[in-house]
Design a protein around this ligand. Structure first.
Ligand code: F6R
Length: 606
């Protein structure tokens, strides 16, 4: 999960542009950083452990026109200056950056060592620079040396390479994302479009097994077949995301900005609700014809899929599965021809999700994904894609895309319900409902944030926090706990409240926080109040997110102001104070919520 960037242009200024683009990719990894700039007949490299600002603040070089950059999240080799990218050949005439992991690189490295190559790092990547050098030495031109070096590689890679004395950037992709951005008298490449949106909105999305060469005036793409290449025509896609969305504005962190953007995201979905009619119709037909349906997703998106599973059962009386993507290859053998598989993914690049989808397709399933990032790999693997319209999400912890996933699932289910019941769907009704939730989130945000600031005083001093939910808010408990643990590093777990007494209750002792998500439905309320008392009587510090009219004694309550609360929409509102609590706690503890340790936004390794 690294970020790579390349820029080739006629006018200078390439170093500052690469730094600017790289900074937009820091959410993919930030152990180490580096750049390589073609400087006449040599290549200037600066790299090391640290963020882009730390490593590249003081680059002294006459500005070049062609260069590549990298921000690293270590996989092969520790976090050291030598292991930082770019990696170079022995003669320093080839430099390259890589995102992904190569299998069998030890074998290649030993072979190259026998041929006299000297390695400076422990990385898998460095092998490729030496492979290319070896082939150039044997008389091959650059293109051939490049693709013949790529051909024997197995594993995942997005690679960008430069040669001394050339303004071309050589690219290759297999199972790691790589896009080409098109400019005027300049072209670019990057791990994803967010790095380049301030430069262009026109993109070519490379597919697995493709290699490309970009220069200021030209982009050429080939498909690698064995040791040969065949030219391919690629479609140029225009992306409507605006670069201003990748700016923190006046917010101290992207995460806070994205939490506050949630009402707007809901409005976007509400305004485009008709767009989801086609998917809802396919869903209704799938249910009517008895097809099996499985969600597949990871992390936050998996939690959204659980809400989907709940609503399919409650509203559509349809059984579905929710499979954690990294477990799909083990648990998904039952998938058969014509089954419907619904991957949910913000990035559309999560390796576990992509592998699951490849398997599902091999087994003959139809794949309709719910995705945020336009043109991402998942959109190209799927039979159909519906977009969640959340705009770019930069904070590593998913927030606004969780709400978007829930709103899309809710809309699709409501529309499908009409088809199943033989009525015409009523998008206007769904639009109004989502609009109302948007208003509720918007009006509660300031108050929820105030409460979160206060609560973070005590939560930040705790070692463990438990979240309890029932029914549709069981996934909310999981998501609330995930937010807290990933950005504050406080241990947190979510449980179905009724299950808690079957073991975890033993963990409750004086002062341990238990955060309870109070259902809207009175029958469920009385059950969870009983669960709440169970933990309270054992000394837990109890906090409850509740509808406004509910009175609870001796419990810290976060009352949601909402005129007509409904159980089915409550996850969209209840998660907001939990996101804010996680954010405020992380800040209180001095953690950077946008860059949690060990984590990266797009998890492109299995
Ligand atoms: C948690 C988080 C991760 C992602 C997971 C899946 O805040 O962001 O758990 O949800 O890595 O990512 P996508 O949705 O991009 O497939």
């Amino acid at each position: 999960m690294c970020g790579i960037v390349g820029i080739t242009r006629k006018r200078g200024g390439v170093i500052s542009e690469i730094k600017k683009a790289l900074k937009k990719l820091e959410y993919r990894g930030y152990d180490s950083s580096g750049i390589a700039i073609v400087n006449g007949n040599s290549i200037f490299v600066i790299k090391g452990v640290g963020t882009i600002d730390e490593v590249l603040s003081d680059v002294k070089l006459e500005d070049g026109t062609t260069g590549i950059g990298h921000t690293r999240w270590a996989t092969h080799g520790g976090v050291t200056d030598d292991n930082a990218h770019p990696h170079t050949s022995c003669d320093n005439k080839v430099a390259l950056v890589h995102n992904g992991t190569l299998d069998d690189f030890h074998y290649l490295r030993n072979k190259l060592r026998e041929r006299g190559h000297v390695f400076r790092s422990e990385t898998d990547t460095e092998v490729v620079a030496h492979l290319i050098e070896d082939k150039v030495r044997s008389g091959m031109d650059r293109l051939r040396a490049f693709y013949e070096s790529i051909a024997p590689l197995s594993g995942s890679y997005a690679i960008a390479a430069v040669f001394a004395g050339s303004n071309e950037i050589f690219l290759a992709r297999n199972k790691s994302p790589l896009v080409i951005g098109l400019g005027e008298g300049e072209n670019y490449c990057a791990s994803d479009i967010t790095a380049l949106l301030h430069l262009t909105n026109r993109f070519i999305f490379l597919d697995d097994g493709e290699v490309a060469v970009i220069s200021p005036d030209e982009v050429r793409v080939w498909r690698l077949v064995g040791q040969e290449v065949i030219p391919v025509e690629k479609e140029v896609k225009e992306v409507s995301w605006s670069p201003s969305l990748i700016d923190k504005g006046s917010y101290p962190h992207f995460m806070l900005k994205e939490i506050y953007e949630q009402p707007h995201v809901l409005r976007q979905i509400a305004d485009n609700v008709e767009y989801y009619l086609k998917f809802s119709q396919i869903l209704a037909e799938s249910i009517e014809t008895g097809r099996r349906i499985s969600f597949v997703a990871a992390g936050t998106s998996y939690h959204a899929s659980l809400v989907g599973k709940y609503l399919f059962s409650k509203r559509l009386k349809a059984q579905s599965d929710s499979i954690v993507a990294s477990e799909f290859l083990e648990w998904g053998d039952f998938i058969g021809v014509d089954d419907l598989v619904i991957p949910i993914s913000q990035s559309g690049e999560t390796a576990d999700v992509l592998e699951a989808v490849r398997r599902a397709k091999d087994l003959g399933a139809k794949v309709i994904s719910i995705v945020n990032v336009p043109g991402s790999t998942l959109t190209r693997l799927s039979d159909e894609t519906v977009y969640m319209m959340a705009g770019p999400e930069i904070g590593v912890a998913a927030t606004k895309t969780y709400l978007a996933e829930l709103a899309v699932i809710y809309s699709v289910v409501k529309l499908a319900e009409s088809y199943i019941e033989g009525r015409s769907p009523n998008p206007e009704e769904v639009r109004k409902t989502i609009m109302e939730v948007s208003r509720v989130v918007e009006s509660n945000l300031p108050f929820m944030d105030e409460v979160s600031v206060k609560l973070s005083e005590s939560i930040s001093k705790k070692r463990d926090v438990y979240y309890l939910g029932r029914g549709i808010n069981y996934p909310t408990s999981l998501e609330g706990a995930l937010k807290l643990k990933e950005i504050s590093y406080i241990h947190a777990e979510g449980y179905p409240a009724g299950e808690y007494k079957h073991g975890p209750l033993a963990l409750i002792e004086e002062g341990v926080p238990a955060i309870v998500l109070m259902p809207v439905n009175p029958d469920l309320q009385s059950k969870i109040i009983y669960n709440l008392m169970e933990v309270k009587s054992r000394g837990a510090m109890t906090i409850a997110v509740t509808p406004e009219e509910l009175e609870l004694e001796d419990v810290t309550v976060i009352k949601v102001r909402w005129d007509r609360p409904t159980e089915e929409l409550s996850p969209l509102v209840y998660i907001v104070p939990l996101q804010l609590l996680a954010y405020r706690t992380a800040v209180k503890l001095g953690r950077d919520p946008d860059k949690p340790r060990n984590l990266a936004k797009s998890v492109t390794v299995e």
